[in-house]
Design a protein around this ligand. Sequence first.
Ligand code: CP
Ligand code: NVA
Length: 335
Amino acid sequence: MRDINLRGRDFLTLKDFTSEEIMYLINYAKDLKIKKKKGIRVDKYKGQNIALIFEKTSTRTRCSFEVAAHDLGIGTTYLDPKGSQIGKKESIADTARVLAGMFEGIEYRGFGQEIVEDLAKYSKVPVWNGLTNEYHPTQMIADMLTIIEEFGKLKGLKFVYMGDARYNMGNSLMIACAKLGLDFVACTNAKYFPNDELVNICKEYAKESGGSVTLTEDVDAATKDADVIYTDVWVSMGEPDAVWEERINDLKPYQVNSKCMDNAKDTAIFMHCLPAYHDLNTGVGKEINEKFGLTEMEVTNEVFESEKSRVFEEAENRMHSIKAIIAATLTPTED
Ligand code: CP
Ligand code: NVA
């Protein structure tokens, strides 16, 4: 493998990265995870600082950036959804130039992909996409690491994504799978297939990697012999409450339940980026239960809590993979 150097690069979508570069980040995350478990210090970035902009809420991504930065010796400044001037009193272009003068890197979580692209365009320091409506690339490194930990490989695995496949998670997983040689299946109501343009791009990636991209409404055919069954919430952050009823009606047949898992391989695992609506222990879960009578949504509690579920391993891997992304794109203060 040729030498890979990602210093100074933005991390906005996996479309911008070769499969070798993506594998490099996954392997780097694996290495950093081992070091963390052994207590080996990796704080080679002392004296550096990064800005964490969150225009949408977060548990995993925010904590991962903060812990990862701390372990690397980097200071963090968190800008919450209301606590900055971004977009309201100050343009993205101006914000980017202000922050680039103070920080070595900028994380952005928010709405349209064009915002994070703009931030990167006007900032001279690396910008990391912590989730937009269209993509969630840092999650991909964690998810692929989790799959490798389970199966020891990626190529040739049947990866089935059920539910809302036209949003950040469906899009990003299709790109990651297509680039890395998995057989990606989006199994959902056709209204929720990823857009044609991205599907065609991913089919080209799959030709090179030996993977494939399939879109189907047929749950039995999709889940048959699957290695990984993945889902995400039916209504994402930033979408209006008014869409819930239609989403439930459209996506209920694509709930991940024991029947789907039983139809998959014996060795199959369940994954979810989280947070998940699998019981009534959340505010939204309760509200939906009162309005529509559902006790669980995109995944049943039985599957979520089952021995096939890898959701918490996956969540932990967010930290190791975000650490790898930061470490790979910034330049160490000391070697
Ligand atoms: N999976 C994920 O991005 O979680 P958070 O929204 O909690 O960051
Ligand atoms: N699709 C979800 C992912 C959360 C990590 C959302 O955008 O809310």
